[in-house]
Design a protein around this ligand. Structure first.
Ligand code: PLP
Length: 373
């Protein structure tokens, strides 16, 4: 007989400085452990209303269709794509890292005619090259990643949004790693659809994906001739559950995850967004000073460097895996490996949400120095 009795799982103590998940506060963890109630309980519906209001505040939008998709960031990505795209629609996807590549894959699976506009990992796109691609390809939707977690590059958005709309396309923005860590201005930038994840700068465990859709995106969804390819992510049904008027059952909401997100959003808004962004920037600059003092270099040009994800070049002769294993084993510090062409060449050091603190910066630098000597 196979073993069926196991000790309760006791996670080790970790300092999460990888590309996500980030650390989670005691307040959010205790919210997750509150008693489960029904997904149509009036008190749970009140929590959903408040969550929706707080998500609008964090996304900086008045979009009515703003909610938390059940699932991680990739579910939000898929929700945006499958609701905006019908088979045969054209979608331009800007690929300069793993997550742009994933968006292109999702779009192709949704039946889109996909064109990839590519840049080497670590670089960002100019508005001019996107404008030219849109003029030629005439996509219904243009997708781009704001904060490429796989490379540590930050994509400027406002000018791109202008050329996307001038070309008659809708803008889909991946805000998984940027939301609540650096400015995201959905209304000001006229973003048509955006998605995020809970486990990065929102500092909540993974499991929900905040999404928001502009009125233009909702009108396009309402004008669809075909059903959304995914039943689970079909916003025409999911939005009824999130609407005060209807509350029609669609799927059982992950109740306790929503408690956690509610608590995390309270923390984000209590800190006040500009102060939160300033904290993330301050800790990034402190880390940078320390990393450079150790003689290491960043993999991304300063002009487009993400404050919440530091891609640092691994010095010649240093064993990538051995250092990461030592950081985890001896110091309980998790950092990320490089991805794609950056694998083995960079480390990814995340300073997201509650993980972005002066103490973590100092502890990490001291631990890294000892691993390198
Ligand atoms: N997009 C970006 C920029 C990400 O960093 C991630 C995850 O790291 C995703 C999408 C996918 O999110 P998830 O892993 O939560 O499904």
């Amino acid at each position: 007989m196979a073993e069926t009795h196991f000790a309760p799982f006791q996670p080790p103590s970790r300092i999460l400085l990888g590309p996500g998940p980030s650390g989670v506060s005691a307040r959010v963890l205790s919210a997750l452990a509150a008693p489960t109630i029904g997904h149509l309980d009036p008190q749970f519906l009140k929590l959903m209303d408040e969550t929706q209001q707080m998500l609008r505040a964090v996304f900086r939008t008045g979009n009515r269709l703003t909610l938390a998709v059940s699932g991680t960031g990739s579910a939000g990505m898929e929700a945006c794509v499958v609701n905006l795209i019908e088979p045969g629609d054209r979608m331009l996807v800007c690929v300069n890292g793993v997550f742009g590549g994933r968006m292109a894959d999702v779009a192709a699976r949704a039946g889109a005619v996909v064109r990839k506009l590519e840049r080497p990992f670590g670089e960002v796109f100019s508005a001019a090259e996107i404008e030219a691609a849109i003029a030629e390809f005439k996509p219904k939707v243009t997708g781009i990643v704001h904060a490429e977690t796989s490379t540590g590059a930050l994509q400027p958005v406002p000018e791109i949004s202008r050329v996307v709309h001038a070309g008659g396309s809708m803008l889909l923005l991946d805000c998984v790693t940027s939301l609540a860590g650096l400015p995201v201005e959905i209304d000001e930038w006229e973003v048509d659809a955006a998605y995020s994840g809970t486990q990065k700068c929102l500092s909540c465990p993974p499991g929900l994906s905040p999404v928001t859709f502009s009125d233009r995106a909702v009108a396009a969804m309402d004008a669809r001739k075909t059903k959304v390819a995914s039943w689970y992510l079909d916003m025409s049904m999911v939005r009824n559950y999130w609407s005060q008027q209807s509350r029609a059952y669609h799927h059982t909401a992950p109740i306790n995850m929503n408690y956690g997100l509610h608590a995390a959003l309270c923390e984000v808004l209590e800190e006040v967004l500009p102060k939160r962004f300033a904290r993330h920037l301050r800790n990034h600059l402190a880390l940078r000073a320390g990393v450079e003092a150790l003689g290491l270099e960043y993999a991304v040009a300063e002009a487009c460097r993400l404050p919440v994800l530091n891609a640092v070049k691994i010095p010649a002769g240093v064993n990538d895996q051995a250092v990461r294993a030592q950081l985890l084993g001896e110091y309980g510090i998790e950092i990320g490996a490089g991805l794609g062409p950056m694998a083995g060449k960079t480390w990814r050091v995340g300073l997201m949400g509650v993980s972005s603190s002066p103490t973590n910066v100092l502890v990490f630098l001291a631990a890294l120095e000892s691993c390198l000597n």
